[in-house]
Structure formats: C-alpha cells, structure tokens
Design a binder for this molecule. Structure first.
Ligand code: GLC
Length: 470
C-alpha cells in the first residue's frame, strides 16, 4: 500500500470528517455535521482555476438528487415494518442471496429518461446526481466489474445512466454521478459493511486492496462511458474510515478522476473535497466555501411507498432562498419507483418550485450571497439532530447580482418592508411577479431603507423584492 506523508495523513484525517460520519450509524442513517469544503481536490490549482472549475456549479444553485436502486422493489416495506429506504438490506439484515432476488424483479419499464430529465428541468434544476451504486452494491449502470448490475442481473437489461446522460445533454442539464464507497455485496469490501452478507459476522480478512482496485475501476468506467460528468458525489465513507483507507487512497482516487476528467468536481465525502455536503439541514450562517445542502422531499432517500410526509413547496422555496443567500446549492432528492417513475407528489412540488423560479430565477441562478447577515439570527447551539439551532431569524433572505439586491420575503411583511445596513444608495425598487416587474416606492435614510408594499403578497410563496442600487 502506498503510504502518504504525515502531513497529508493528518490533514486527511481532519478533513475527512464529513464522510467519516456519513454512515457511522448503520441502523439509523445519521446526518453529516457542518462541513465546509476542506480543500480543493487539486492542490496544483490556483484560486482562479478552482473558481473556473466550480463556476457552473456555483451558478446552477439547484440540482436533483436521484436515489434509485433495487431497494425500490420492496418499496420500504418488509415483514410488517414500513420505514425502510435505501438501507433496506442492512436494516433487515438480509443475506445477499435473498436480497439479490430483488434484482430479478427490478424491471423499470416506465422509466423514460427524457421525461425524467424534463421533471428536473421544469423544476428549474440545472444538474442531476444519480446513484450509480448505493451501499447495497447494486450497480445501476453497465459495469464489467460485477455481475450484480442492472444489465446482467435485472430483466430490464438497459443502462439508465446512459439514457440519463444523453437526456441531460439534450436538455442542457449537467449530468453527475453518486457513488458509494461502502459495499454490502462485494466480498472484499471493508468488514463492517459486509455484515449483512455474513449475518453480522464481519469478514475478518477482507482484502481492501482488491476492493480499492474495484472502486477505482468503477470510477474509471463512470468517467469514460457517459461523456462529461459534472461532479462525482461520493458517500458511505464509514468503512473507509475504519480501515483508514481514506488516508491511504483518497488522493489516488481524486488523481484518477482528474486524469480522466480534469474539470470534474468532487464532493467532500472521500475525505478531500471541492465542496461541503450538509445533509438534511441548512447551515446557520453564510459560508465562504462552496457547499451543497442535500435534502429529501419526504423522509426517505430511496422510494418508500408509505412515506407521505412531503415537505411543502412553500418551505422548499424558502430553503432555496435561505441556501442561496448563504452561498450554497440545493440538491433535492427524488426516489423513483421500481417501475422507474418519480412519485407524483414529488413531481407536483418540483413543478411548483419551477413555476416560482420562472418568475424569480434572476434572484437565484448565479446570484451571490447576502451582504447583510442580521436576517439569519444567531446560532445558539445544536439541536437534537446536531443541526445548528438558530434564534431570532428574520422572515427574509437576500441574494445579489451586480447592482441589485433581491429580498426574498418569506412572509408578507404588510404594507412596508424595512432593512438596515444599506451601504449604498438605492435607486429603484420593484417586485418580481407573474405579470412582470411591479414598481414600488422607496425611501432611504442613511443605512435605513424602507419600501412601500401592497397590502397582500402578489403571488404564492416567497415574493422577491428587487432593489437596484448605485
Ligand atoms: C444518508 C443516507 C444515505 C444517503 C445519503 C445522501 O447518509 O444514509 O443512504 O445516500 O444520506 O446524502
């Protein structure tokens, strides 16, 4: 094994924090703690080169996460319990021989890549991150390195990643791939994660070198079979941590990625990363480094037919405003069914967001973070889920474009809106509405700006007030 210098080792241990905890609690998936991007993945890069590589991502703001695999066959239910998702195999402690049967029943004949991508596009999403392999090890793409894949092991026999990559290119969306470092199926994957295969008896002599070769081979396939891949989204680093494989191999994997696709962005769960991945929560404050909040639309990543606990379009739109005002992206998940369709309640919510973005997109795409900060209130600690606990947050968020401040009014403030801390002279104010820009009167007294507003909000969801300034 190729040992790295002590410096890299120490740095990687510290920086690996996010992905190290990603799968630390097998029975109940845990959240990843606050993690700003620790480093760029290319040490040789100048800050300008890094910014250029990140540009499409920083401008895109909104993407679709897709957790799709054979766990959608049981659809979250097993032996009277109904709370399963993509961790189905580990949580039911199902041996591989039994779990593998789901592959032979997985036939997503209703999958239509173009229609699928259209849902994302109509939602105003600019990129798609789709699971090539989740922790169960089933490959949703044409791999030569295991038979446990959609071509060989399912009656469907086609490669959805290929179809999605093509549909994304046609529609102008960036195609991106999720890949789990964990693998409950591969015989040589790090021990803890083979526990379902071996009925709770981890294989003591797993040959991690072989597994690393497998993983690198799959990264090579993904980056050579589908054209440009915007970003690689690694997950499931718990097993890596246990075996210190992150310390030994993360840089090699990243180097391989950049050798094959120099522009490819890599998230931070490999232990190195171009950007941070807060999971199921929004950081309390503005971040200087790129980040992407990933979130479910209901309570599960993988399809669960019983979970009807959907977030409202209103709260999802407020999340977009909150995240973009803090300098981040929003990666919102869908869990397609075993037939290959995005559940209707997901499509409905995404369409509502898309309608909002058609009116308010200029306040989101390519927008900068807030120049204020008082609207975030104060982070006073952590809640039970170790997410930031905030007090005193205001009902607005602010994003920017050159010469423009966009106030996202999350709750209608009544007949006037006041903000303090204006550093420049406001020249003009208007609301973004379905029927166009509606001018509103403004008055400025030093750093205090007051805008007159109609009594009721002009539309559903957050209304955006644009203030142009010198
Ligand atoms: C959690 C889940 C995992 C999912 C990931 C996405 O860590 O346990 O299954 O893929 O979130 O961020």
């Amino acid at each position: 094994m190729n040992r790295r210098t002590i410096g890299t080792l120490a740095a990687t241990l510290v920086l690996g924090g996010a992905f190290l905890t990603a799968a630390a609690e097998p029975a109940k998936p845990t959240a990843v703690p606050v993690q700003a991007a620790p480093d760029t993945t290319t040490a040789a890069e100048t800050p300008e080169q890094f910014a250029a590589r990140m540009k499409w991502f920083k401008d895109a703001k909104f993407g679709m996460f897709v957790h799709w695999g054979i766990y959608s066959v049981p659809a979250g239910e097993w032996k009277g319990k109904t709370n399963y998702g993509e961790w189905f195999q580990l949580q039911t402690k199902m041996p591989c021989a039994e779990y593998d049967q789901f592959a032979s029943r997985f036939n997503p004949v209703k999958f239509d890549a173009r229609a699928f991508v259209k849902v994302a596009k109509d939602a105003g999403m600019k990129y798609i991150v789709v699971t090539s392999k989740h922790h169960d090890g089933f490959c949703m793409y044409d791999t030569k390195l295991t038979e446990f894949n959609i071509i060989k092991a399912s009656p469907y026999g086609r490669d959805p990643l290929k179809a999605l990559a093509e549909a994304c290119r046609e529609a102008g969306l960036v195609f991106c791939v999720y890949y789990s470092l964990a693998d409950w199926h591969h015989p040589e994957s790090p021990a803890k994660y083979s526990q379902s295969r071996f009925h709770g008896q981890p294989k003591a002599d797993a040959d991690s070198d072989k597994y690393i070769e497998y993983l690198k081979g799959q990264v090579r396939e993904i980056l050579t079979q589908y054209g440009p891949v915007g970003l690689l989204w690694f997950d499931g680093g718990g097993a890596f941590k246990e075996n210190r494989l992150n310390v030994l191999h993360s840089q090699e994997v990243v180097d391989l990625i950049h050798q094959l696709q120099p522009a490819c962005i890599v998230n931070d769960r490999l232990g190195l990363g171009d950007y941070g991945t807060p999971e199921q929560y929004i950081p309390g404050e503005k971040a200087s480094k790129p980040f992407e909040v990933c979130m479910t639309l209901n309570g599960h990543w993988g399809y669960n037919k019983h979970d009807q606990n959907w977030k409202s379009a209103d709260s999802l739109i407020a999340n977009i405003a909150d995240i973009v005002s803090k300098g981040g992206n929003y990666l919102l998940n869908v869990g397609p069914t075993a037939e290959g369709e995005i559940p209707a309640p997901s499509v409905e919510r995404l369409r509502e967001i898309g309608d909002w973005l058609k009116i308010n997109g200029e306040a989101v795409y390519g927008a900068g973070p807030t120049p204020f900060g008082q609207e975030f209130g104060k982070v006073v600690g952590k809640d039970a889920r170790k997410h930031p606990k905030v007090e005193g947050a205001l009902d607005w968020r602010c994003t920017t474009q050159p010469g423009k401040l966009y106030f996202h009014l999350l709750k209608w403030p009544g007949t006037s809106f006041t903000v303090t801390g204006m550093k420049s002279k406001a020249t003009k104010a208007y609301l973004l509405t379905a029927v166009g820009k509606t001018k509103v009167a403004l008055a400025q007294d030093g750093e205090k700006l007051t805008v007159k507003l109609p009594e009721a909000a002009p539309g559903a969801h957050a209304t955006v007030l644009c203030v142009e300034h010198e």
